[in-house]
Structures are given as structure tokens and as C-alpha cells.
Ligand binder design. Structure first.
Ligand code: FES
Ligand SMILES: [Fe+2]
Length: 395
């Protein structure tokens, strides 16, 4: 089913490639430069976007067995993901019920239970408080109410989606708007996590604008991969999530091949974004691998942190591992030294007062849509507003 849908998309894209056309947005859109550094705006984005929408917190392949956990910090919230005894993934705020110590250090591991490093209160994999040190002397408390605070989390298409705010519904079906059917074709559930690296960057929107932008590829990346690309792009969207495809020579390769023989690699090529912070791109490194960039806002409006996750569609041998390592280094260089180097310098220009607006052209519909969604989310006050927005969209 998803292959048919991917073919349908590729057919349309190929049509554009053959005719040398691209769909364009109706108008040029202006975005206030304030949006990239204003503190109040940024706080609202943290609360009303990152604090409410389902975020990609990890991958099924990161937590394979019962007891596998990952502790991480997202937008200032320390949290724990863990695969429990029943095989499903749970999430908790990484905060002890006694006096708030963080129970786990950031990182991954396998455990049978979690013991707090401060006074050794102990929790099981379901987050229940199962032991209090010197319980008699401590005095009576209702342990049934003193488990770790759960966060809503759901595993779907090999991705662990979750909220960083307690008691927040994910509304994942409405949020994904059918996009999961396409993401399923990447088969992340059966991929091997073969590498992770972290890069610091500018304001999350400066960084994210770049992931939706092919207009810059042959220019900014002229010394690396840019010359292989043209600067055209076609955007498809499912709610706020967008796939960006280049109608270039690689797509034109399909012209003489019958549709049923179009390779899976070609069908999932391009960039697949998941609003508000994920970009998925394909590379060849001893075989087909995905780089899933997981972008989180930093501690202030001027910073962000990006985890590049490398998921291979095959189990690599030592030779392939070396090739993956080289590709990882190349992609670290491209993103850190070309994209975020530029982004960090933009982060300075936005505050000069020299310009009031940026311009997103008719050929930059992806960026236009991304900013429409961020604005709309800031306007959606209640949970009902949010659901309505997910259902109706912003065009
Ligand atoms: S803060 Fe965790 S046991 Fe005291
Ligand atoms: Fe780039």
C-alpha cells in the first residue's frame, strides 16, 4: 500500500522533472526577524509547540530489550525512556519523588530497576516506587502515589513519540495526518542504529529553515555535495510534515524504468521532515542508510542542539562500518561547518536592527508552511484549538 503511494508521488515528481517545472507558492512571504531571537516569542514556542506536540524522542531500535533505557534532556526537561517488562516503551520525568534528584545520568543502558543516587529510593521499570531506604525511620508515606511521573509516549513506525509535559495527550493520529503511512515505508523498526553524533547550532527555526531548503544546495554547499544538485524543490505535506524532493537528474533516471521496478531507495529519497524538529535524509554508505536529524532548541533563543542519528537498513560488516564512519564525518562537517556556520552568523545579523523581515520566495513553500504552522500553534490556546488545528491544517 505505501509503495503504491510512494510511486504515485514519484510519478508526479518525475513529470515535473521531465517538463522542467516546479509547483510554486502563491506569493512571497515575509517573516519578522524578531521571530528568530525574541525571548517572549521563544518562551511561547517552548510552551505551546515543544511543550505540546508529540516529539520524536527516540527509535525502537535504541531500546530493543526489556530494561533498555535512554535518559536525555529535551527543552530543559530531563526524562527517561524505558522498555518495560511487557515490551512497551514508557517515559518518565527523570526526577525522584523524594527530593527531586535526577535518577539517571544522560545516556543509554540496561537496568532491572532504577535506584536514586541521592538516598537510594528505588523504582521498577514501570516507574513504581518499590523501596525506600530505612523505611521504618523515614515514616509513613503512600508509596502508591510516589512513582515516577509518567509522560505520554507511543511507539509507531519504529519511532518513539512522546510529550515532555505530564498529562498531555499526544493526539498522534490527528498530528500525523496520515504521514505515518509514508514513514512506515522507511522501515525504521527494522533498521540498525549505527551511529549518533551531536552538533550545536543557532535558533531552532534558523536551523530548521535550512532542512526545508534546497534553494541553497549548490551555493552554500559548493565545496562539498552541492555541485551534484540543482536548487529546485517540490514540497508535499501531510499536516505540518513535509517531504522535499528535487526534480533533478537522479529522478530522471526513472524515465526508462517501469514503475514496478523503481527502487525503494529512489522512492524514499529526498528529505522527509517531521514537524517541528526532524529531518530524514538517505545516503549510500556500504548500503542504504538514513540520517535522522533530531533538532532541539537549546537553553536560549540563540542556540539549538542537533542529534544526528544514523539508521542502516542492513547490519554492517567492518568494511561497511568504516564507510558509515566516513559518511558520518562528512555529514558532521557539512552541517556544522556549512549549514550551522551560516546559521550562527545569521543569529547575529537578526539582532542588528538592520532588517525587519526575511523573505521566503514562491520557490520556498516549505519554509512558508513551516512558519504558518508555528504561528498557528502559538495562537491555539486550548487543547480543543490544538485538535482543530491538527484536523483543519493551515494549507
Ligand atoms: S532524592 Fe532520590 S532518594 Fe532522595
Ligand atoms: Fe544545507
Amino acid at each position: 500500500m505505501s509503495r503504491d503511494k510512494l510511486i504515485e508521488l514519484a510519478r508526479t515528481h518525475l513529470h515535473h522533472a521531465v517538463n522542467g517545472t516546479v509547483p510554486l507558492a502563491e506569493t512571497v512571504v515575509e517573516i519578522p526577524v524578531q521571530n528568530y531571537f525574541n525571548k517572549d516569542r521563544w518562551k511561547a514556542e517552548m510552551e505551546l509547540i515543544f511543550g505540546r506536540v508529540p516529539l520524536v524522542l527516540g527509535f525502537s531500535s535504541e531500546l530493543q530489550k526489556s530494561g533498555d533505557y535512554k535518559a536525555m534532556e529535551v527543552c530543559g526537561v530531563p526524562l527517561i525512556l524505558v522498555r518495560n517488562r511487557e515490551g512497551s516503551v514508557g517515559a518518565f520525568v527523570n526526577m525522584c519523588s523524594h527530593r527531586g534528584a535526577q535518577i539517571l545520568d544522560e545516556g543509554k543502558g540496561r537496568a532491572r530497576s532504577f535506584s536514586c543516587p541521592y538516598h537510594a529510593w528505588t523504582y521498577n521499570l514501570a516507574g513504581d516506587l518499590v523501596a525506600i531506604l530505612d523505611e521504618q525511620e523515614f515514616g509513613e508515606v503512600d508509596t502508591s502515589c510516589l512513582g515516577l511521573t509518567p509522560l505520554n509516549v507511543e511507539e509507531r513506525v519504529g519511532i518513539i513519540w512522546g510529550s515532555i509535559t505530564p498529562n498531555t495527550d499526544l493526539h498522534l493520529n490527528e498530528f500525523l495526518a496520515g504521514y505515518d503511512e509514508y514513514l512506515e515505508s522507511h522501515d525504521f523498526a527494522n533498521c540498525h542504529l549505527v551511529g549518533q553524533q551531536t552538533i550545536e547550532g543557532p535558533n531552532w527555526k534558523v536551523a530548521y529553515d535550512g532542512y526545508l531548503d534546497f534553494y541553497h544546495l549548490p551555493i552554500l554547499h559548493k565545496d562539498t555535495f552541492g555541485p551534484e544538485y540543482n536548487n529546485k524543490s517540490i514540497f508535499n505535506n501531510w499536516g505540518p510534515h513535509q517531504r522535499v524532493q528535487a526534480p533533478d537528474h537522479r529522478l530522471l533516471d526513472l524515465v526508462d524504468i517501469p514503475e514496478e521496478e523503481w527502487s525503494h531507495t529512489k522512492l524514499v529519497s529526498g528529505v522527509w521532515t517531521i514537524f517541528p524538529h526532524i529531518s530524514i535524509a538517505s545516503f549510500e554508505a556500504g548500503g542504504h542508510i538514513y540520517m535522522v536529524s533530531q533538532l532541539f532548541p537549546g537553553a536560549d533563543p540563540d542556540t539549538s542542539v542537533t542529534h544526528q542519528n544514523f539508521l542502516a537498513t542492513f547490519e554492517p560488516n567492518s568494511e561497511q562500518k568504516e564507510e558509515i564512519a566516513r559518511t558520518m564525518e562528512f555529514l558532521r562537517y557539512v552541517v556544522a561547518e556549512e549549514d550551522y556556520f551560516t546559521g550562527n552568523r545569521i543569529q547575529k545579523t537578526v539582532k542588528t536592527g538592520a532588517k525587519s523581515h526575511f523573505y521566503f520566495g514562491r520557490n520556498e513553500e516549505g519554509g512558508q508552511r513551516f512558519h504558518r504552522w508555528t504561528d498557528a500553534l502559538l495562537e491555539a490556546q486550548s487543547d480543543e484549538d490544538l485538535l482543530l488545528l491538527y484536523k483543519k491544517g493551515v494549507g
